[in-house]
Ligand binder design. Structure first.
Ligand code: PXL
Length: 277
């Protein structure tokens, strides 16, 4: 059985970070170890929340794993809370990278042209230095713009998206992906670039006219799970985009659903259909 580790916060209520990564990747049949970086009462888009930082646990946990010779087929980082945590992730990558494991970094820190409340531009630049150490990165357009110091645009063409992908791949990862890329009214999608093979891939689908928190985490978790199941990066992106869209659709169509996150649980059977051999 493949084993990955995902390192991000636990937002106790909010359906994001570890509370989506753990169930989704596990449901895909991949053992999912975790390092919780902080415990929050909710994600930070609630008007109020509590936080207990767990940075001081990261090194003792990884030192124990080294002594116990525990290794991982994949390492996936999401929302991180500080420069120190970013630096600890670099150390973790150096310690646990092997010749064939996959390091996925989701620089979860911004959306819709804005950084999340806890972050500033210096943090985004630091996150770019972690992306440099990954095999695959999956920012949205906002995160890419903050990391690259580029202007965020609501409307754009393919040249703009390819320029961002070029900037991202210059950071270092083999595969750079941009989520939330739509070129036509009513459409959205994901575009990736494999720099070793100089290959672009775009997958587009209908845009559901609403937005929820945690959907980026659902996308990257699914992408990691799919890659671990042996799908190539283009199929993994397609599965992740389809499942994320289905989670949004189910939630949007259900009167009285939560507004803080999507009902990804109800779409797990669909996800398993998508990845069936
Ligand atoms: O990636 C979403 C996310 C994860 N963790 C925390 C967050 C958010 C989004 O706001 O606040 C703590």
């Amino acid at each position: 059985m493949k084993r990955i580790v995902t390192i991000q916060d636990i937002s106790c209520v909010g359906k994001c970070s570890l509370t989506v990564a753990l169930p989704i990747i596990s449901a895909m049949g991949i053992e999912t170890a975790i390092i919780p970086t902080a415990v929050l009462s909710t994600h930070t888009m609630f008007p109020e929340f509590t936080v207990k930082d767990l940075t001081s646990e990261i090194r003792p946990i990884s030192e124990h794993w080294k002594r116990a010779e525990i290794g991982f087929d994949g390492i996936y980082t999401g929302y991180l809370g500080s420069f120190e945590q970013i630096n600890l992730m670099k150390e973790f990558f150096a310690d646990f990278r092997t010749e064939d494991n996959l390091i996925l970094v989701d620089p979860a820190m911004a959306d819709n042209g804005k950084l999340y409340p806890a972050f500033d531009e210096a943090f985004a630049k630091e996150m770019a230095t972690l992306c440099a150490k990954a095999d695959m990165i999956v920012p949205n357009i906002t995160e890419a713009c903050f990391m690259l110091g580029k202007e965020y645009r609501e409307t754009y063409d393919e040249a703009y998206v390819k320029e961002l992908l070029g900037g991202l791949s210059d950071l270092g990862a083999k595969i750079s992906v941009l989520t939330g890329v739509g070129f036509k009214e009513g459409k959205t999608g994901v575009m990736g670039y494999d720099k070793e093979n100089d290959e672009y891939f775009y997958f587009e689908q209908d845009k559901i006219p609403c937005s929820y928190h945690g959907t980026g985490d659902i996308f990257s978790s699914t992408c990691m799970g799919a890659m671990m199941r042996g799908l190539d990066w283009k199929k993994a992106l397609t599965v992740a985009a389809k499942y994320t869209a289905e989670c949004i659709r189910i939630t949007w169509e259900t009167p009285g659903s939560n507004t803080y996150g999507v009902d990804f649980e109800r779409a797990v059977p669909y996800l398993l259909e998508l990845v069936k051999e």
